[in-house]
Design a protein around this ligand. Structure first.
Ligand code: EPZ
Length: 420
């Protein structure tokens, strides 16, 4: 398993280009199943999770060409299978996102039941209940979700009792080809869902209320191919901004947007960062000062994103004062606390809240990554630790951060990948 060796140093400084959004590209790739023509995508990030989704779509019979510079072309006109196999689904939960499109276009789908993962059980009950409301017959058999419809799915009025990003995406992709009108209430409003909706509209879908908690969809009988550019990755953006804040640095991030992570930018300003933003860039300058501790409470968009809490925990670990980090979305997403405390952080856990008392510098120690964003917090912590930190199991990081060591090198970090 690959490891990182990171030697703590001074402030991060420089400019780097942000990649396309993993969490927009995954549902957008799944949505290509709905098109009876060629979908040409741009700004698709080069990540392990994207490769897994491409492999899954290929097993379903789609013709996919992955070009340079984030170009991916998908032709779904000859789907040969409606089964998403266990060996692929077990490596990436987002595989569940092919369920809605397969059902909507082909009237059947067999998707291996996604297990939980490090951050929680992550059930899919809301996905399944919504599809049943649209007329699907669903049973769980031999670890597979076996779904069928007689003819087309039917539009339905669905209230999701938990705000779910994947549930909203799956039901939206099912609704666009259903017969009649579907209303999705209490829908998630994440920018990645807006991106998916915009791509579906480019394919000919009829969706009202994009970006709001109520999506109204009038089903059509078919969807065409289109060209679409994936939005920037707001979590990658936030991760590099927090790394710069924790190291008292100054960075400029391009090919990104400020309007998709306002809750994060507000917290960075609270921490003492000077921010300047443009149409497609963000500049953060700590003016060499130590960050101030901030209080974080995760919640659905537009509130503070759960995918950014562990990065802020690492910043709080070396900030002035004491900050709290409360995780309300997932039941087990504070696992990085024990690893950070191995690096001499002073963090107390009380239920779903971490109380972080800042110290001037951390100390290098061997630590282990557990999930994608917890791994990012360990990288940030290692950048502000005395000595060389060894981070094991960094395959977690390769799932969601494109060329992470090259990008951190650009900013002056001392980070090496040890292949084993
Ligand atoms: C998406 O996961 C993201 N993944 C996650 O990012 C992100 O943390 C999460 O949304 C929340 O923002 C992708 O977009 C590929 P949810 P998802 O359904 O869709 C419960 C990363 O690091 N729930 O919004 O799986 C669930 O257990 C990843 O990039 C049900 O109870 O998240 C959780 O507690 C990690 N029943 C809460 O809702 C359901 O049917 C939110 O989950 C569905 C969800």
């Amino acid at each position: 398993m690959d490891k990182f060796i990171i030697t703590g140093g001074g402030p991060l400084q420089g400019e780097l280009r942000i990649s396309g959004s993993k969490n927009a590209a995954l549902p957008i790739l799944a949505a290509t199943l709905l098109a009876d023509g060629i979908v040409s995508l741009g700004n698709v990030p080069r990540l392990n999770d994207i490769s897994t989704m491409v492999a899954l779509l290929k097993t379903l019979g789609l013709a996919i060409e992955v070009g340079d510079e984030g170009k991916v072309s998908v032709d779904a006109s000859h789907v040969t299978s409606t089964t998403a196999p266990y060996d692929l689904v077990k490596t990436m939960r987002a595989s569940i996102l092919v369920l809605g499109p397969l059902l909507a276009r082909f009237g059947e789908a067999n998707v291996s039941f996604p297990g939980g993962c490090a951050i929680g059980s992550r059930p899919v009950d809301i996905h399944l209940r919504g599809l049943e409301a649209m007329g699907a017959h669903i049973e769980i058999d031999g670890g597979y979700i076996r779904a069928k419809t007689n003819g087309r799915l039917k539009g339905a009025h669905i209230l999701m009792d938990i705000v779910t990003v994947g549930g909203t995406e799956n039901l939206l992709m099912a609704a666009v080809l259903a017969e009649g009108r579907t209303i999705l209430e209490n829908a998630a409003r994440e920018p990645e869902i807006v991106d998916l909706a915009h791509m579906l509209v480019a394919m000919g879908a009829k969706i009202e209320g994009i970006g709001t908690a109520t999506l109204t969809v009038d089903g059509v009988t078919s969807l065409r191919g289109c060209e679409y550019e994936v939005m920037p990755d707001r979590i990658e953006t936030g991760t590099y901004l927090v790394a710069a804040a924790a190291t008292r640095g100054k960075v400029r991030l391009t090919a990104t947007r400020a309007d998709i992570l306002e809750a994060v930018l507000i917290k960075l300003e609270e921490a003492g960062a000077h921010l300047e933003v443009g149409d497609n860039w963000i500049e953060l300058d700590m003016q060499g000062r130590r960050p101030k501790a901030v209080n974080i409470r995760t919640a659905p968009y537009p509130a503070f994103p759960t995918d950014m809490q562990s990065q802020f925990m690492a910043m709080n670990a070396v900030a002035e004062g004491t900050g709290t980090v409360t995780e309300t979305i997932f039941e087990n997403r504070l696992v990085q606390v024990s690893e950070l405390n191995r690096m001499d952080a002073h963090i107390l856990l009380e239920g779903n809240t971490a109380i972080v008392k800042g110290v001037e510098r951390l100390k290098a120690a061997p630590v282990m990554a557990s999930d994608l964003r917890a791994s990012a917090s360990l990288v940030i912590a290692a950048l502000v630790a005395d000595g060389s930190t060894l981070i094991d199991r960094i395959y977690h990081i390769d799932r969601g951060y494109e060329s992470i060591e090259a990008k951190f090198h650009t900013l002056g970090a001392d980070i090496r990948r040890v292949r084993q």
